[in-house]
Design a protein around this ligand. Structure first.
Ligand SMILES: N[C@@H](CCC(=O)N[C@@H](CS)C(=O)NCC(=O)O)C(=O)O
Length: 248
């Protein structure tokens, strides 16, 4: 059974958290909307799926990303990783480890939404330019309050996990790499793109988070992925956008 990831083809977005899980372990997957329409894939396949006319399962997800694996369809980034974690060897075996990884992932999902809302605080359907004054206020609070709070919490999670310091750590869950580590890498990477000044300040107080980011980036498969054309560059259509005025 092949893994088929459905996500918007021109941004990293939330789909990147899933791409990184596959890339970290070298498991093949199809990035459906980026594949050729000649083979029945591409963006039309994603749109067909969302309209629930394509597959007859009656479980069309609300929004990308979503994953198809045989007859299983999973939407919501954290639920996709909950499903993939054990299958890709990216989470421990105990229920406690799996729930903790899931909780970490859901907290990252909250941070992702808040990062998105710095540039679209009023409505996703409006242009940034039409909500710029609200965005400036929202981004100010994000930089001053929320960003340090999220990073400080992940720093504490790492600090309180001594097992994670060994064997190539730090890691968030137990003594080995999990999908939560890959996701924290992506969250930090995106925030560094969007808020380079604020992140430099905040990461001074979160050295373990910074170290985890760097070590994930240096893993052989991840480094090779990041240097490949499969890694879409950050851009101002995605979740993490570089608008210098929002960085203070
Ligand atoms: N909570 C969902 C959010 C999914 C989501 O907002 N997807 C975006 C792209 S990153 C989208 O296409 N949304 C369309 C919509 O909300 O109408 C997740 O974490 O996967």
């Amino acid at each position: 059974m092949s893994y088929q990831l459905y996500y918007w083809p021109s941004i990293q977005g939330r789909g990147e958290f899933v791409r990184l899980a596959f890339e970290a372990v070298g498991v093949a997957y199809t990035d459906v909307a980026r594949a050729g329409t000649a083979g029945g894939q591409g963006l039309p396949a994603l749109l067909r799926f969302l309209s629930d006319t394509d597959h007859g399962l009656g479980r069309a997800p609300f929004a990308p990303p979503f994953l198809k694996h045989g007859s299983v369809v999973v939407g919501q980034t954290a639920a996709i990783l909950l499903y993939l974690g054990p299958r890709l060897g990216l989470v421990g075996k105990s229920e406690a480890s799996r729930l903790w990884a899931h909780q970490l992932q859901l907290t990252m999902a909250d941070a992702v939404t808040e990062a998105h809302d710095t540039h679209h605080p009023v409505a996703s359907s409006l242009y940034y330019e039409d909500q710029k004054s609200e965005a400036l206020r929202r981004a100010h609070d994000f930089r001053q309050t929320r960003l340090p709070k999220f990073m400080h919490w992940f720093e504490k999670v790492l600090e309180r996990n001594p097992a994670g310091a060994a064997r190539g750590g730090p890691y968030l869950v137990g003594g080995r790499l999990s999908y939560a580590d890959l996701s924290l890498f992506q969250l930090v990477d995106g925030l560094q793109y969007a808020f380079p000044v604020a992140m430099k300040r905040v990461l001074k107080h979160a050295p373990r988070v910074a170290a985890l980011h760097d070590r994930v980036a240096q893993r052989a498969r991840i480094a090779s992925y990041l240097g490949s054309e499969r890694r879409i560059a950050f851009n101002e259509d995605g979740i993490f956008r570089r608008y210098p005025e929002l960085d203070g």
